[in-house]
Design a protein around this ligand. Structure first.
Ligand code: NAD
Length: 317
């Protein structure tokens, strides 16, 4: 598995990253043995980056990921583990210094770790961004100084949140960003922000290459926030691939992996089979390239909904 530098962190992350939200049962129940087998296989195939959050499955994802990593008996310095703070299933959003400071201790206990490699403020568009700049990031800096997190990140859907925060914090206080649903076949809007992020020395993690299930044969979960127009166009694209005996998921994975400015593509996985398929897609891309004809056809189907997204967060001042 190819490794890429993550901004200025010195971390070398696998291009395919393991999104552990499915381990919180958010896309359907995952038996523990299945979860353990998926993580074990991921490690064996060279995936070294795992992403979770206390929000996923109301803390279940963190506990299950911790269990799977322990079960795999992988040396701590061989894996890069990211979790988040500020978003909780029962409490909603709380980016206060107090809450995020407690949050990391709770996460470390659930994960069974002494430190995480990356701690993100999770979906920051749901609070006033001044709070993130003035209160949350300084609190995360202290957590970093205490050795509980090696690097600090911010995540969220609207791309405007990134320059807002990065232009107002001291250089080096945000190491990475995690953007989702903005670098895949149906939405490439992250590309415009990449030169800016590079100029700031910030590492780029792109999540949800399958648009949270839109670009799969099974389709999205019930809670998917996309407008109907986007859901039906993605379904048409998946149907088209299936009729040709091809996989929309493979094409979508490969498309997201093609941009070297993106260090890692986080895909949510809940089984050994999905891990194998997604890693095989990455390997095939590096040896044979993408199926250009299929890509052009799928891009044409998705053209009417290109970069169509959905609202997320509060109205910022
Ligand atoms: P995704 O686009 O990765 O899609 C995940 C869905 O696709 C799941 O249902 C999964 O089972 C399915 N899938 C994966 N591989 C498949 C395959 N080969 N064939 C068929 N189906 C397959 O969306 P995601 O899981 O939401 O995003 C990936 C990860 O990124 C998350 O798990 C999470 O760790 C992270 N993420 C973070 C944020 C944030 O911080 N705000 C937002 C979204 C995602």
């Amino acid at each position: 598995m190819e490794l890429r530098e993550l901004g200025g962190t010195g971390l070398r992350v696998s291009t395919v990253g393991f999104g552990a939200s499915p381990l919180g049962n958010v896309f359907g129940d995952v038996p523990r043995d299945t979860a353990r087998a998926a993580v074990r296989r991921a490690l064996d195939l060279g995936i070294n980056f795992f992403d979770t959050s206390p929000y996923y499955g109301g803390t279940i994802s963190e506990s299950v990921l911790g269990d799977c990593l322990r079960h795999a008996a992988v040396p701590r310095d061989r894996v890069i583990v990211a979790t988040k703070c500020g978003r909780y299933k029962d409490e909603g959003f709380d980016f206060s210094a107090n809450r995020v400071t407690r949050s990391i201790d709770e996460s470390l206990a659930r994960l069974g770790l002494d430190y995480v490699d990356i701690l993100h403020a999770h979906d920051i568009e749901f609070t006033h961004l001044e709070q993130i700049v003035n209160e949350t990031i300084p609190a995360l800096q202290k957590i970093k100084e205490n050795g509980k997190a090696r690097f600090i990140g911010i995540t969220g859907l609207p791309l405007s949140i990134y320059p807002y925060v990065l232009d107002r914090v001291a250089p080096g206080s945000v190491d990475v960003i995690l953007s989702y649903c903005h670098y895949g076949i149906n939405d490439t809007s992250l590309v415009d922000l990449l030169p800016y992020l590079k100029s700031k020395g910030v590492g780029v993690i792109s999540a949800s290459p399958l648009s949270m299930g839109l670009l799969t044969d099974n389709g999205p979960p019930e809670w998917h926030p996309a407008p109907e127009e986007l859901k039906s166009a993605c379904k048409a694209a998946a149907d088209h691939c299936r009729k040709k005996g091809k996989s929309i998921t493979k094409l979508a994975m490969q498309y997201s992996l093609m941009n070297n400015e993106i260090s890692t593509v986080l895909v949510g996985m809940n089984s050994l089979e999905q891990v194998e398929e997604n890693v095989a897609a990455a390997l095939e891309l590096s040896t044979s390239g993408i199926d250009d004809e299929l890509l052009r056809e799928v891009e044409a189907i998705l053209e009417p909904v290109k970069n169509l997204t959905w609202p997320s967060g509060i109205q910022q001042a």
